[in-house]
Each structure stands twice: as structure tokens, then as C-alpha cells.
Design a protein. Structure first.
Length: 292
């Protein structure tokens, strides 16, 4: 995967401006390479002027190596589970990844967050909100954050990994207003380096209680699997507030699971040798006690 790091020398940017910059860099990569499946994870670091220094070639090489080790986190071996493509139809049917993890189509729907397969967290919760896990239920509920800019809800797929091609959202149960209008969907393997999968601005598809819609992700990350997905509100909602109101999340694409790998042969042999030595030491101690 290709990583791009941008350092701002003594400058600051709003989160919205950073998102625009990230999207511009991704589009530039598409233009340069001539195809639309260039993977690019972009990080933007604000470096205070007091901490900025010119690096020598030696320092630069060392810094580059350390950055690579930090940002390009190795993904564990994955075993494919299945392909869950979006083919139109209901936004929340039985063909998505969340629906599969919930037991559909063959079994009764079981919230995968409550079953421990996915962990859902949020930047905050309004006092009368349903818990974040309710977002993965199959009912229209009232999940809403406090009115804070850039509020987010995050999905940790644990031992699973998803390579999204589409995702669906459902508005909450309380009012026709307070609906999402501008947001980003990002993916990450380590929860630190985030890749921009979708950026939506001033979209009025969600316009009443329980309303649903499906969006396509960009093609910069075709086939790239992520452990974490994060939805972040990037501007006022339909009521010009910063409440993030949501009642459902679905994702389509490829699903994989962390593979169970056999222990290394040398490691197994070493463990067996340690066991024999431990047994021999124990037998020797017994003989010593008997001779006494």
C-alpha cells in the first residue's frame, strides 16, 4: 500500500480543510498513474515551527525508516470468508456483511455488536441516546451524539476484516430533522493511520425518520481490508446542529477473517526441547531427594 505523509510547517488546518486536501492528493495520484485503483493512505501532521529542523541525509533516512515501520502496519494473514456485493434493492436487506455476521439469511437476526463480533464506539452520547451497539440492530432506534463538531461512530470488526465497496446508513427514530448531510467514511488497520473511503457533502438522501440510502466507496482501496471503519460528521446536519444521529449501518464488499496459522516448526521444536529439559531437571531433583 502507498502512504503519503504531509507535514505542515507551523501551520494549522481545520479538519474539513484536511479532508479536502486528502481527497485532492488522491485524485492527483489517479491522474498521474492513469488508473483509479491507487491505494493511498494519507496522514497530515502539524509540526510547530519551534520543532521543525532541517534533517541531514542520515537523519532523513532513519526518520523515513521509522515512519514506515510505524505507519505501514503489517496486516495479519487473512482467510477469505465471502463476497457480499451490493446489487441494488433494499439498503438493509440480507446480503450485506453486517447482515451476514448477524446470521442472515438463514437464521434469526442477532446484533453482531451484542454478540461480540463487532465493537461500536462513539465520540460521545446524548443523555437519552441508545448505546452505540444499537446502530447494528435491525430496528429504527435513537442513537445520537452530543452536539459537537466532527462527532464520530467507529466499528471495530475484531477478528474480521472488510474491504468495502458500498455502505448504507439509516436515519434515527426521533425526528425527520437532524439528518446527516456531510461526512467521511475512513478505514484503518491499526486505529491510527486512516484511509479516506468516502467523502460526502451536502447530501439530502436521509430526510425522514428511518430513511435509508446506499453510497459507493471510492476505488482507491479496491481489495484493501480494514479492521476499523469510522463515520465522522463533517459539518452541520439538516437542522444546522452538530448532533450525529444514526440508526443503522451496513457495508458491502469482501469479508475476511484473521487466519489461524500453525506454529513455526523451529518454535515447536524449541518448546519440545524445553519440555524435555524441564522433565529431566524434575527427575534429577527427585533422585537427589531419594539419595538423601
Amino acid at each position: 500500500m502507498r502512504y503519503v505523509q504531509i507535514r505542515l510547517h507551523g501551520e494549522t488546518m481545520s479538519d474539513e480543510t484536511k479532508q479536502h486536501l486528502m481527497l485532492a492528493v488522491q485524485q492527483a495520484l489517479i491522474s498521474v498513474t492513469g488508473h483509479d485503483d491507487v491505494p493511498a493512505c494519507i496522514t497530515i501532521d502539524e509540526v510547530p515551527a519551534s520543532n521543525w529542523r532541517l534533517m541531514s541525509p542520515t537523519d532523513e533516512g532513519e526518520a523515513e525508516g521509522s515512519r514506515g515501520a510505524q505507519s505501514n502496519r503489517k496486516q495479519p494473514p487473512l482467510a477469505p470468508v465471502g463476497q457480499f456485493d451490493y446489487r441494488g434493492g433494499p439498503d438493509f436487506g440480507s446480503t450485506g456483511i453486517i447482515a451476514h455476521l448477524a446470521g442472515l439469511p438463514g437464521a434469526r437476526y442477532t446484533n453482531p455488536a451484542e454478540a461480540g463480533l463487532i465493537t461500536v464506539t462513539a465520540s460521545s452520547l446524548a443523555p437519552d441516546s441508545s448505546p452505540p451497539s444499537a446502530v447494528l440492530g435491525n430496528e429504527v432506534v435513537r442513537f445520537v451524539t452530543k452536539a459537537a463538531p466532527n462527532s464520530w461512530v467507529q466499528f471495530d470488526f475484531g477478528q474480521h476484516r472488510v474491504a468495502p465497496t458500498h455502505y448504507a446508513l439509516r436515519h434515527y427514530a426521533s425526528w425527520d430533522t437532524e439528518a446527516l448531510r456531510s461526512w467521511t467514511l475512513e478505514g484503518s488497520e491499526d486505529g491510527t493511520t486512516w484511509c479516506l473511503l468516502s467523502m460526502v457533502q451536502n447530501d439530502a438522501s436521509l430526510n425522514q425518520r428511518g430513511a435509508t440510502h446506499t453510497w459507493a466507496t471510492n476505488q482507491l482501496f479496491a481489495g484493501v481490508h480494514f479492521r476499523y471503519l469510522r463515520l465522522t460528521q463533517r459539518g452541520p446536519n439538516s437542522n444546522q446542529h452538530h448532533f450525529l444521529a444514526l440508526s443503522g449501518f451496513e457495508v458491502h464488499g469482501a469479508l475476511a477473517r484473521v487466519a489461524v496459522t500453525a506454529p513455526d516448526v523451529n518454535t515447536m521444536a524449541l518448546e519440545r526441547l524445553k519440555g524435555r529439559l524441564k522433565q529431566a531437571a524434575g527427575a534429577q531433583q527427585i533422585r537427589r531427594r531419594e539419595l538423601r
